[in-house]
Design a protein around this ligand. Sequence first.
Ligand code: PLP
Length: 423
Amino acid sequence: MSHVFPRHCHANLPTAVAGDGCYLIDSDGKRYFDASGGAAVSCLGHSNEPVRAAIKAQIDTLAFAHTGFFTSDPAEQLADLLVANAPEGIDRVYFVSGGSEAVEAAIKLARQYYLEIGQPERRNLIARRQSYHGNTLGALAAGGNAWRRQQFDPLLIGVSHIAPCYEYAERGAEESLADYGLRVANELEEEILRLGPETVMAFVAEPVVGATLGAVPAVEGYYTRIREICDQYGVLLILDEVMCGMGRTGHLFACEGEGVRPDIITIAKGLGAGYQPVGAMLCSSAIYDAIAKGSGFFQHGHTYIGHPTATAAGLAVVKQLLDPAMMPRVRELGGLVEQALHSTLGQHAHVGDIRGRGLFWGVELVEDQETKTPFDAGRGLAGKIKKAAVAEGLICYPMPGTRDGRSGDHVLLAPPFIMSDDD
Ligand code: PLP
């Protein structure tokens, strides 16, 4: 009997024993093409030599030194590299071990920033329905995925949720893309006014929505209006790029491609590419300086922040993502994936929408194409797709539609950037 506590208690999973490029191999020797990088993690595949070498070298030199006592070369170098390539104004990096931790840090930073500049009444956070920001209690409260929140609702801090920008399902028949984008962006202003502008500290959103909707970018103009509203009311804009960042959309930071400038960015997944658990929260100098010149102490931290071996892995990953050929290749491969999805699935009676950016694609499944009616979430379609795909040696990421019937089941694809055209 296994003593591991698995998430799905009765899943009876195969044992992964090796990784080889885009493939995972189980103990029976079966090979699985990893078309979703697990959950958009393994951007460089499973046997990347430079990352493995960097980890080995780091462990042989210095595996760990607590950040209460030391900084370390890999953490310093990775922060320099990220900032040199981050959107304008972003120039501090706080390293954590994963996406939920990055979001927790962002929420706490927003709160502390306003305390430091003498606006203690700013405590409200606004997020979007049909979003996912992680499973720790603060991040879960920010997320708008009803199914994930349900059992824990009594434990969650109050966060307001406005509409996501989900054109396929929510745009009115007579509404232009621009009008739709403006209408949903303006929900942010309405919510700020309802709460009282002096009480709102931040708005958090995924530039391209991952796990909950399936690679859904906003329509053009949406984020321009969001930025305007944030500026007008002094609300910090937190962009959660845990899934869509680190080259996944064809840009190192997804917000570059979407044309929006954040105050705080969260990253993880692709940063360590699966080789080490590492994430980060990046923020503007204005936010950092308020704390540095104020209390001088960020009231937040974990044992493994800035872990030397984890940041050494991140450094080796980001160096490869910054190879001048890498992002153009992600966009080129993305074009091939888009074409392949349209030519193989585009005409299928139950494929409602195919959308994405770079190597981040979602296929939304509906009962009825005309009315866009989702399948009943209770039918367990996503689980059946996963089982069928795994049987064929394919790892993809099917997710059920939201239980409020507002989104259909979808399959997320986030293949490695190193795959071939034939793959
Ligand atoms: N934020 C987003 C956008 C995510 O997609 C995820 C995970 O899927 C998280 C946060 C949480 O990250 P982690 O699972 O590493 O805690």
